[in-house]
Ligand binder design. Structure first.
Ligand SMILES: O=C(O)C(=O)C[C@]1(C(=O)O)C=C[C@@H](O)C=C1
Length: 293
């Protein structure tokens, strides 16, 4: 089975894939849309992309592609701990305090705001397509006074020196990744990483109706359906038009979820189920990193 992921080698997404699918072939793609396209065009059977970080919130490009650009179901969700480190080219190790530019994924930069403000105040950032892309760039530019924020595997993969470890603002830093596939794929319910099932729905409210969101939420509430996430995003059809993404804390059944969908449709809402899938909490053991190289 071929699995596409946000690359290059040694992104956090790559680590999530290695943890969840250790025996499968994996293929890096430069951007999140490239992963979606590769799956749509059957170059790969699964795609793994980041969805949400505990400190920085949703990865909007993933949400927007899921809703506006493709029709690909979510078949699993993987949550991984995220540890960010600041690294430079080994040739610049002694002079790292003279860093003139910091490279990383925008989410990673935002997760390390306190460190950057305190130790590298005022140094400009350049956003890259992933943390590992930043590490690769630093490897290829020893002549530049630059550093990257990335993980330990990336430091090893691209031969960089970590000068500050664990520079993310808050200890509890996790990112959720989603696995997409055109085909149903039985995934294991054994082992301690399996945590349960979720169903994700996208809901568009009828325009300008007072109390519409309240009615939507009560359709879930009186059925005692537990919601673990509710998020709104612009419809891209004009200011003030939003859709909602709601995670229901259960597997799709034959009664409650079809009931909620029918009730919402009767309220003139548009409802689309984006997936009903198992979710996993992966613990990244640092000792395992060496086996990935
Ligand atoms: O750049 C990476 O390493 C990724 O896998 C992407 C990503 C993200 O998009 O949030 C994943 C985890 C971290 O939160 C930072 C970056």
């Amino acid at each position: 089975m071929k699995i596409g992921f946000l690359g290059p080698k040694a992104t956090f997404t790559d680590i999530a894939v290695r943890e969840m699918f250790p025996k499968e072939e994996s293929v890096p793609y430069a951007t999140i849309p490239d992963c979606f396209d590769a799956l749509s065009e059957d170059e790969i059977e699964l795609a793994v992309v980041p969805l949400e970080n505990a400190l920085e919130g949703s990865v909007n490009i993933t949400l927007d592609y899921l809703v506006h650009e493709v029709d690909l179901p979510i078949i699993a969700e993987l949550t991984c701990p995220i540890r960010q480190h600041f690294m430079v080219h080994p040739e610049n190790l002694d002079s790292w305090k003279e860093t003139e530019r910091i490279y990383s994924h925008s989410h990673a930069i935002a997760q390390c705001h306190k460190f950057l403000h305190k130790e590298l105040k005022g140094i400009p950032y350049t956003n890259t397509t992933s943390t590992a892309a930043a590490a690769q760039f630093i490897k290829e530019h020893p002549d530049m006074k630059a550093g990257a924020i990335a993980n330990e595997l990336a430091a090893k993969e691209y031969g960089l020196s970590i000068v500050r470890k664990d520079v993310h603002d808050i200890h509890y830093n996790h990112t959720r990744f989603i696995v997409l596939s055109k085909n149903e794929m039985p995934l294991s319910e054994d082992g301690s990483s399996f945590k349960g099932y979720k169903t994700t729905v996208m809901i568009t409210l009828p325009s300008d109706r007072a109390g519409a969101l309240h009615q939507v939420l009560s359709a879930f509430a009186w059925r005692r359906l537990n919601l673990s996430k509710i998020e709104s995003r612009p419809m891209k059809t004009g200011l003030g038009n939003y859709f909602f993404i709601i995670d229901i804390d259960m597997k799709q059944d034959e009664v409650l979820i079809p009931g909620v969908v029918a009730e919402l449709e009767a309220l003139d809402c548009k409802v689309k189920i984006l997936g009903s899938y198992p979710y996993y909490q992966l613990g990244l053991e640092i000792s395992k990193l060496n086996t990935y190289l």
